[in-house]
Write a protein that binds this ligand. Structure first.
Ligand SMILES: [Zn+2]
Length: 209
């Protein structure tokens, strides 16, 4: 599908067409961005390669991933995860840290993630040109020839990043975040986590069981 079709749909959505149009737009957007933008940009964009392989995320887990990334960067200044494996039941994120964190520090991160979840923050999406997005994000990893428009995903005012993944509409849908285990080796902290008590039935698709 030519890129222009997606843009037309998007503009139609902005003029107030029903939600279905917006959903269709989202799917169209993804197809365009797969082809044009989201190749080999893992550290700038969260999990683009999952989508490129037609794999849909489990929205509660993937949204928790956004929050954990922000909580870790806030706590340690480590930036977002350097690699991620996000599934339905259990996920893991790797962060580059110069030294292993104290147990209490990770407990505080877990509590921070749950504090954000409990606030019931809206998860919103908007589109921007690269020039607009560059004011807020590092676009240095976008490949040459990338399409001009990118999607910004915000978790309330807590976090914002460029992402084409699947998210919950409100953080209250995520459930309770638990760090299942963690280990530290060669400058990499691996955090394994799971969710408890979320609206799992509301999201029958996405992520391996
Ligand atoms: Zn995302």
């Amino acid at each position: 599908m030519p890129a222009g079709a997606g843009i037309a749909l998007w503009n139609a959505g902005k003029r107030g067409l029903p939600a279905l149009s917006v959903a269709l737009l989202d799917a169209t957007e993804r197809n365009i961005t797969f082809a044009a933008i989201w190749t080999n940009t893992q550290k700038t964009m969260e999990e683009p390669l999952l989508n490129a392989h037609n794999k849909q995320e489990y929205p509660p887990m993937h949204t928790a991933e956004h929050i954990l990334n922000r909580a870790m960067d806030n706590a340690f200044g480590c930036g977002r995860a350097v690699s991620a494996h996000v599934e339905r039941k259990k996920s893991k994120l790797d962060f580059a840290l110069p030294k292993p964190p104290a147990e209490e520090e990770l407990l505080r991160v877990e509590e921070e993630v749950n504090r954000v979840i409990r606030q019931g923050l809206p998860v919103t999406m908007e589109y921007a040109t690269q020039a607009e997005a560059a004011k807020e994000f590092d676009l240095g990893r976008l490949p040459e020839g990338a399409a001009d428009r990118v999607r910004i995903v915000r978790v309330g005012n807590y976090d914002a990043c460029l992402c084409i993944g699947a998210h919950v509409a409100n953080t209250a849908e995520i459930g309770t975040f638990r760090i299942a285990s963690h280990d530290y080796k060669d400058g990499i902290l691996r955090i394994r986590f799971k969710l408890e008590g979320g609206k799992e039935n509301a999201f029958p698709h996405g992520g391996k069981a």
